[in-house]
Design a protein around this ligand. Sequence first.
Ligand code: PLP
Length: 426
Amino acid sequence: MKAYSDMTKEELAKELEELKKQYHKFQEMDLKLDMSRGKPCREQLDISMGMMDTLNSAADLTCEDGTDCRNYGVLTGIHEAKVLIGDMMENNPDNIIIYGNSSLNVMYDTVSRAMTHGILGNTPWCKLDKVKFLCPVPGYDRHFAITEYFGIEMIPVPMSPEGPDMDMVEELVSSDESIKGIWCVPKYSNPQGYSYSDETVRRFARLKPAAKDFRIFWDNAYGIHHLYDDEQDYLIEILAECKRAGNPDLVYKFASTSKITFPGSGIAALASSPNNLEDIMKQMGNQTIGHDKVNQLRHVRFFKDIHGMTEHMRKHADIIRPKFEAVLSALENNLSGLGVGEWTKPKGGYFISFDALPGCAKDIVKMAKKAGVTMTGAGATWPYGKDPEDKNIRIAPTYPTLDDLKTAAELFTLCVKIVSAEKILS
Ligand code: PLP
């Protein structure tokens, strides 16, 4: 196919006329489709229904150590859940706290505690004139929402397929004491699906922050969310690497079973060094007597061990792989060679990232919406919702049915072509 920028004005204007006819046909279809939400679809939720049968009124809700899960207590989670989640996170159960149903909640709490009480005896962030966070971009809007909520200044750091620009991270972190953290989604990142290279992880573990209370917020939300059996990304385990590098307290690592069992009713966890865990537990004891142990037990009895979880993730992959492939083939078939955008081809996670021509993302999303397809808002993948080049769009293929997704992807690529052609002609 000929690139749009290589076409004559007349050729491109003719193409545009044809594309608009196709768009009007889509408008007549009265579509109501949604490619915006990184949510599991119904079939994915159904595969965890067996978990509901593991406990009933006749069940013995006693843990291996004799704890009665129905009662108060066990602040940091039951041991067998720590073993299961420890295997999932590749961390020692002793380095883990099990929380409630949401890791985002844990991240919020972690920032909030640093604001009000400080980290390991350091000045609470709220007493400082300026607190800044590094934000690899494009990234996850809800991370950025947390730091924005607390008035923390966000500094974008460009992503590459190897991870964040580490020259920039090292330079900023070592020279500016007001930089207190960085948001990372190290594996199958949201939205690009990139996984950090070994070198990136090693460099993270060897950071020399100017601030003693600088922490890496390592959100391993997609640690076992592979799309393929034979092609998977592997990461160096960050806690162990930090310990090896003599930086044991540098990282808070987060994960949850939200996209393994039920997003509304999974279990979330944090892994960190003994010093950090002790610091956190001082606050936690004032916050709760313990989280939902019955749900922790339910997860353990359903999966039994990490092998059960791995098998379970294959079922998820079987459901969502065709959806990713459908979107990728629509992008490939309709856009390759036109020079109107680039997209990622993830091996796991929940998203595909699309970069349009600069200045086109908002119009593409608007145009898709007008014909009945909702995309994640353009700009959402940047701090403050402001994509300076207005080019990144997050595609979430998991929730719609395969048929709906195919239609939505066709319409999306059509909108990309129309908006790009108009831009080039303008
Ligand atoms: N972290 C990332 C990177 C995500 O993409 C999501 C959900 O989309 C979450 C966290 C939400 O996690 P949880 O459901 O455990 O709060």
